[in-house]
Design a protein around this ligand. Structure first.
Ligand code: PLP
Length: 240
Protein backbone atom coordinates (compact mmCIF):
# COMPACT_ATOMS: atom_id res chain seq x y z
CA UNK A 1 0.00 0.00 0.00
CA UNK A 2 1.18 3.48 -0.82
CA UNK A 3 0.92 5.05 2.64
CA UNK A 4 0.81 8.68 1.51
CA UNK A 5 -1.95 8.06 -0.99
CA UNK A 6 -3.92 5.97 1.49
CA UNK A 7 -3.51 8.63 4.16
CA UNK A 8 -4.84 11.28 1.77
CA UNK A 9 -7.80 9.07 0.90
CA UNK A 10 -8.61 8.42 4.58
CA UNK A 11 -8.45 12.12 5.39
CA UNK A 12 -10.61 13.12 2.45
CA UNK A 13 -13.17 10.42 3.25
CA UNK A 14 -13.19 11.44 6.91
CA UNK A 15 -14.06 14.99 5.86
CA UNK A 16 -16.93 13.70 3.74
CA UNK A 17 -18.29 11.51 6.56
CA UNK A 18 -18.08 14.31 9.11
CA UNK A 19 -19.82 16.79 6.84
CA UNK A 20 -22.62 14.27 6.25
CA UNK A 21 -22.94 13.80 10.00
CA UNK A 22 -23.03 17.56 10.40
CA UNK A 23 -25.77 18.00 7.80
CA UNK A 24 -27.83 15.22 9.38
CA UNK A 25 -27.41 16.95 12.76
CA UNK A 26 -28.58 20.25 11.27
CA UNK A 27 -31.71 18.60 9.85
CA UNK A 28 -32.84 17.56 13.32
CA UNK A 29 -31.27 20.19 15.55
CA UNK A 30 -28.54 18.09 17.11
CA UNK A 31 -24.92 18.93 17.92
CA UNK A 32 -22.11 16.99 16.24
CA UNK A 33 -20.38 16.83 19.63
CA UNK A 34 -23.08 14.35 20.72
CA UNK A 35 -21.85 11.82 18.19
CA UNK A 36 -18.84 9.54 18.23
CA UNK A 37 -17.65 7.62 15.19
CA UNK A 38 -16.12 4.26 16.04
CA UNK A 39 -14.17 2.98 13.04
CA UNK A 40 -14.78 -0.73 12.59
CA UNK A 41 -11.39 -1.99 11.53
CA UNK A 42 -12.23 -5.69 11.12
CA UNK A 43 -11.30 -5.72 7.42
CA UNK A 44 -8.00 -3.84 7.71
CA UNK A 45 -4.66 -4.45 9.38
CA UNK A 46 -2.87 -2.52 12.14
CA UNK A 47 -0.85 -0.23 9.81
CA UNK A 48 -4.15 0.92 8.25
CA UNK A 49 -5.54 1.64 11.71
CA UNK A 50 -2.47 3.76 12.43
CA UNK A 51 -2.97 5.69 9.19
CA UNK A 52 -6.59 6.23 10.19
CA UNK A 53 -5.34 7.62 13.53
CA UNK A 54 -3.09 9.98 11.59
CA UNK A 55 -6.07 11.00 9.49
CA UNK A 56 -7.88 12.05 12.67
CA UNK A 57 -10.00 9.06 13.75
CA UNK A 58 -9.93 8.44 17.47
CA UNK A 59 -11.61 5.13 18.29
CA UNK A 60 -11.91 1.73 16.70
CA UNK A 61 -13.94 -1.42 16.96
CA UNK A 62 -13.48 -5.09 16.17
CA UNK A 63 -15.89 -8.00 15.95
CA UNK A 64 -13.43 -10.72 16.96
CA UNK A 65 -11.62 -10.70 20.32
CA UNK A 66 -8.37 -12.17 19.00
CA UNK A 67 -8.16 -9.52 16.30
CA UNK A 68 -8.83 -6.76 18.78
CA UNK A 69 -6.05 -7.97 21.06
CA UNK A 70 -3.67 -8.52 18.16
CA UNK A 71 -4.22 -5.07 16.65
CA UNK A 72 -3.87 -3.27 19.97
CA UNK A 73 -0.59 -5.12 20.57
CA UNK A 74 0.71 -4.33 17.08
CA UNK A 75 -0.01 -0.62 17.56
CA UNK A 76 1.72 -0.61 20.95
CA UNK A 77 4.71 -2.44 19.45
CA UNK A 78 4.96 0.24 16.79
CA UNK A 79 5.54 2.68 19.66
CA UNK A 80 2.24 4.46 19.14
CA UNK A 81 -0.50 5.63 21.46
CA UNK A 82 -3.02 2.80 21.40
CA UNK A 83 -6.49 4.20 20.65
CA UNK A 84 -9.58 2.96 22.46
CA UNK A 85 -11.06 -0.19 20.95
CA UNK A 86 -14.64 -1.43 21.37
CA UNK A 87 -15.79 -5.01 20.97
CA UNK A 88 -18.80 -5.03 18.64
CA UNK A 89 -19.38 -8.61 17.53
CA UNK A 90 -20.56 -11.96 18.74
CA UNK A 91 -18.66 -12.79 21.90
CA UNK A 92 -18.17 -16.19 23.45
CA UNK A 93 -17.82 -16.36 27.20
CA UNK A 94 -14.44 -18.09 26.99
CA UNK A 95 -13.01 -15.05 25.18
CA UNK A 96 -14.17 -12.48 27.70
CA UNK A 97 -11.07 -12.63 29.93
CA UNK A 98 -8.78 -11.68 27.04
CA UNK A 99 -10.72 -8.42 26.63
CA UNK A 100 -10.92 -7.22 30.20
CA UNK A 101 -8.35 -4.54 30.93
CA UNK A 102 -7.88 -3.98 27.19
CA UNK A 103 -11.18 -3.17 25.58
CA UNK A 104 -12.73 0.24 26.28
CA UNK A 105 -16.27 -1.04 26.06
CA UNK A 106 -18.17 -4.13 24.98
CA UNK A 107 -21.04 -3.03 22.74
CA UNK A 108 -22.41 -6.50 22.11
CA UNK A 109 -23.83 -7.84 25.36
CA UNK A 110 -26.48 -9.89 23.63
CA UNK A 111 -27.87 -12.15 26.37
CA UNK A 112 -28.27 -12.49 30.10
CA UNK A 113 -25.82 -15.38 29.96
CA UNK A 114 -23.11 -13.19 28.41
CA UNK A 115 -23.90 -10.29 30.74
CA UNK A 116 -23.38 -12.61 33.72
CA UNK A 117 -20.13 -13.98 32.31
CA UNK A 118 -18.69 -10.51 31.68
CA UNK A 119 -19.87 -9.33 35.08
CA UNK A 120 -18.22 -12.23 36.89
CA UNK A 121 -14.92 -11.92 35.06
CA UNK A 122 -14.74 -8.15 35.33
CA UNK A 123 -15.49 -8.29 39.02
CA UNK A 124 -12.85 -10.94 39.57
CA UNK A 125 -10.32 -8.60 37.97
CA UNK A 126 -11.63 -5.69 40.07
CA UNK A 127 -12.82 -3.86 36.98
CA UNK A 128 -15.97 -2.04 36.08
CA UNK A 129 -16.37 -2.48 32.37
CA UNK A 130 -18.55 -0.14 30.31
CA UNK A 131 -20.99 -2.10 28.16
CA UNK A 132 -23.94 -1.66 25.84
CA UNK A 133 -26.81 -4.12 25.69
CA UNK A 134 -27.41 -5.36 22.17
CA UNK A 135 -31.08 -5.37 21.25
CA UNK A 136 -32.62 -7.14 18.31
CA UNK A 137 -35.16 -4.46 17.54
CA UNK A 138 -35.90 -5.47 13.94
CA UNK A 139 -36.78 -9.00 14.97
CA UNK A 140 -34.74 -10.61 12.19
CA UNK A 141 -33.87 -14.19 13.08
CA UNK A 142 -30.31 -13.70 11.80
CA UNK A 143 -29.58 -10.95 14.32
CA UNK A 144 -28.37 -11.52 17.84
CA UNK A 145 -29.34 -9.55 20.90
CA UNK A 146 -32.08 -9.31 23.48
CA UNK A 147 -35.57 -9.01 22.06
CA UNK A 148 -37.23 -5.88 23.46
CA UNK A 149 -39.59 -8.03 25.57
CA UNK A 150 -36.70 -10.05 26.93
CA UNK A 151 -34.75 -6.96 27.78
CA UNK A 152 -37.62 -5.35 29.68
CA UNK A 153 -38.29 -8.65 31.44
CA UNK A 154 -34.63 -9.28 32.42
CA UNK A 155 -33.70 -5.64 33.07
CA UNK A 156 -33.85 -5.98 36.85
CA UNK A 157 -31.39 -8.88 36.73
CA UNK A 158 -29.03 -7.38 34.16
CA UNK A 159 -28.86 -3.98 35.83
CA UNK A 160 -28.13 -5.50 39.21
CA UNK A 161 -24.96 -7.23 37.96
CA UNK A 162 -21.70 -5.91 39.45
CA UNK A 163 -18.58 -5.31 37.36
CA UNK A 164 -20.40 -3.88 34.35
CA UNK A 165 -21.49 -0.33 33.75
CA UNK A 166 -24.43 -0.26 31.34
CA UNK A 167 -24.20 2.94 29.28
CA UNK A 168 -26.91 2.28 26.74
CA UNK A 169 -28.05 0.11 23.86
CA UNK A 170 -26.73 -1.10 20.53
CA UNK A 171 -28.50 -2.49 17.50
CA UNK A 172 -28.07 -3.42 13.86
CA UNK A 173 -30.66 -2.46 11.27
CA UNK A 174 -31.84 -4.64 8.38
CA UNK A 175 -29.46 -4.14 5.45
CA UNK A 176 -30.43 -2.26 2.33
CA UNK A 177 -33.68 -0.71 3.54
CA UNK A 178 -33.49 2.83 4.94
CA UNK A 179 -37.16 2.87 5.93
CA UNK A 180 -36.72 -0.28 7.99
CA UNK A 181 -33.46 1.12 9.36
CA UNK A 182 -35.20 4.25 10.55
CA UNK A 183 -37.90 2.20 12.26
CA UNK A 184 -35.26 0.07 13.93
CA UNK A 185 -33.35 3.09 15.24
CA UNK A 186 -36.57 4.67 16.47
CA UNK A 187 -37.47 1.41 18.17
CA UNK A 188 -34.07 1.38 19.86
CA UNK A 189 -34.60 4.87 21.21
CA UNK A 190 -38.07 3.98 22.47
CA UNK A 191 -36.71 0.87 24.18
CA UNK A 192 -33.99 2.96 25.78
CA UNK A 193 -36.57 5.42 27.08
CA UNK A 194 -38.67 2.58 28.55
CA UNK A 195 -35.63 1.06 30.24
CA UNK A 196 -34.54 4.39 31.67
CA UNK A 197 -37.97 4.81 33.19
CA UNK A 198 -38.20 1.27 34.45
CA UNK A 199 -34.72 1.22 35.98
CA UNK A 200 -34.36 4.87 36.93
CA UNK A 201 -30.88 5.11 35.41
CA UNK A 202 -29.59 7.22 32.54
CA UNK A 203 -28.75 5.29 29.37
CA UNK A 204 -27.21 8.01 27.21
CA UNK A 205 -25.53 5.86 24.57
CA UNK A 206 -27.33 4.64 21.45
CA UNK A 207 -24.99 2.75 19.13
CA UNK A 208 -26.62 2.36 15.75
CA UNK A 209 -25.82 3.36 12.21
CA UNK A 210 -23.33 1.68 9.91
CA UNK A 211 -21.93 2.70 6.53
CA UNK A 212 -25.21 2.56 4.60
CA UNK A 213 -27.51 4.09 7.20
CA UNK A 214 -25.50 6.38 9.48
CA UNK A 215 -27.21 9.59 8.38
CA UNK A 216 -30.61 8.13 9.24
CA UNK A 217 -29.16 6.95 12.55
CA UNK A 218 -28.01 10.49 13.37
CA UNK A 219 -31.50 11.79 12.59
CA UNK A 220 -32.97 9.19 14.94
CA UNK A 221 -30.73 9.92 17.91
CA UNK A 222 -27.63 7.74 17.54
CA UNK A 223 -24.70 8.79 19.72
CA UNK A 224 -22.27 6.15 18.42
CA UNK A 225 -21.85 5.31 14.73
CA UNK A 226 -20.03 2.12 13.84
CA UNK A 227 -18.49 2.72 10.44
CA UNK A 228 -16.41 0.20 8.54
CA UNK A 229 -16.52 0.23 4.73
CA UNK A 230 -17.25 3.91 4.39
CA UNK A 231 -14.10 4.74 6.36
CA UNK A 232 -11.66 2.29 4.80
CA UNK A 233 -12.96 1.20 1.41
CA UNK A 234 -12.00 3.43 -1.51
CA UNK A 235 -14.63 1.73 -3.63
CA UNK A 236 -17.45 2.67 -1.28
CA UNK A 237 -20.06 4.89 -2.94
CA UNK A 238 -22.50 7.15 -1.09
CA UNK A 239 -26.13 6.86 -2.19
CA UNK A 240 -27.48 10.38 -1.84
C1 PLP B 1 -18.75 -4.73 10.38
C2 PLP B 1 -19.60 -4.13 11.41
C3 PLP B 1 -19.95 -2.78 11.34
C4 PLP B 1 -19.53 -1.87 10.20
O1 PLP B 1 -20.24 -2.19 9.06
P1 PLP B 1 -20.07 -1.32 7.71
O2 PLP B 1 -21.30 -1.63 6.96
O3 PLP B 1 -18.82 -1.81 7.08
O4 PLP B 1 -19.99 0.10 8.11
C5 PLP B 1 -20.73 -2.25 12.37
N1 PLP B 1 -21.15 -3.02 13.40
C6 PLP B 1 -20.83 -4.32 13.49
C7 PLP B 1 -21.32 -5.11 14.66
C8 PLP B 1 -20.06 -4.92 12.50
O5 PLP B 1 -19.75 -6.22 12.60
Amino acid sequence: MDADRTFEFLKRRRGEILSRVERACERVGRETSEIEVVCISKTVDAPMVMLAQDAGWRSFGENRPQELVRKMAAIAEAGRAVPPFDMVGNLQTNKVNSLIGRVRRIQSISSLHLARAVSERAERQLQELPVLLEANVSGEASKSGFSPEELLRDAELVFSLPGILIEGLMTMAPAGDLVAARETFRGLRGLRNSLEQEMGVPLPTLSCGMSDDFEVAVEEGATVLRLGRVVFDEGYRFEG
